[in-house]
Design a binder for this molecule. Structure first.
Ligand code: BTN
Length: 241
């Protein structure tokens, strides 16, 4: 897969989206800093130097419901890569956040353009942001309690090693039909726990009991089984501690 490595950009996902207009092959964009990093639900993703901000431009033959599986494969492969290179075990908070010692160290944002005439995606962009080294100026006040980094200080060679390992592990899973859900579940930090989720502006309490083959979260609420997808759920981190 072709790699494009850049020092700084607004957002690697945005960069990959522009590439998608002219490129039909799969490419990965790797940035060392983002000035307008994006998170899910329109949030910002703090992206100073010291992190890995990578976006895969992909052309999978999937339908819209299957994009969640691309995200889940990315979460499992990034967790594996971190363990292989750094020897650090990270948990996965459904659906796509990686945690080390209770702090978020990686976020994943999957976006795509679906062509309803062709009934296929023109492209899918998978963005992975890893807080590798502790940022020079620390985390902003509003992130201090929730964000962390994998390593406390910069180490030569680690950026490239981890980036390449994430690419390797992701491509292995992306191109295969092997089981990844059992590892995803074994790394989950919410299964078996009480969670809170947001639906139509109201907060509900439920117990997370499983993650199904579509990567939806299965919960029990008032004795009834429900399947939640990322669009409607907010997990209350206080309940995880
Ligand atoms: C989240 O935690 O809500 C998702 C964060 C995704 C961040 C990555 S970094 C590379 C790519 N470019 C972006 O602007 N966002 C994603």
């Amino acid at each position: 897969m072709q790699r494009i490595i850049i020092e700084k950009t607004t957002s690697a996902n945005e960069y990959a989206k522009k590439l998608a207009e002219t490129e039909n092959s799969d490419i990965v964009v790797i940035a060392k800093e983002q000035t307008a990093g994006r998170g899910r639900k329109g949030r910002c993703f703090y992206s100073p130097k010291g992190g890995i901000y990578m976006s895969f431009l992909l052309h999978p033959e999937i339908n819209p419901e299957e994009t969640l599986t691309v995200t889940v494969k990315a979460a499992v492969s990034t967790a594996r890569a971190i363990e292989n290179i750094l020897g650090i075990r990270v948990d996965i908070k459904w659906v796509n956040d990686l945690y080390k010692d209770g702090k978020k160290v990686c976020g994943i944002l999957t976006e795509g353009r679906y062509n309803s005439d062709k009934k296929a995606f023109d492209y899918v962009i998978l963005g992975i942001g890893v807080n590798l080294f502790y940022p020079e100026n620390g985390f902003p006040e509003d992130l201090k309690e929730i964000a962390g980094s994998l390593l406390s200080e910069e180490k030569d060679g680690v950026f490239n090693k981890l980036t390449e390992e994430i690419i390797k592990e992701f491509l292995l899973l992306y191109n295969s039909h092997t089981d990844y859900l059992s590892e995803y579940k074994s790394r989950s930090n919410i299964l078996g726990k009480e969670i809170e989720y947001l639906e139509n502006g109201r907060v509900y309490t439920a117990k997370a009991v499983d993650i199904d083959e579509k990567a939806e979260l299965v919960v029990i609420k008032n004795g009834k089984k429900l399947c939640l997808n990322s669009g409607e759920v907010k997990i209350n981190m206080k309940k995880l501690k």
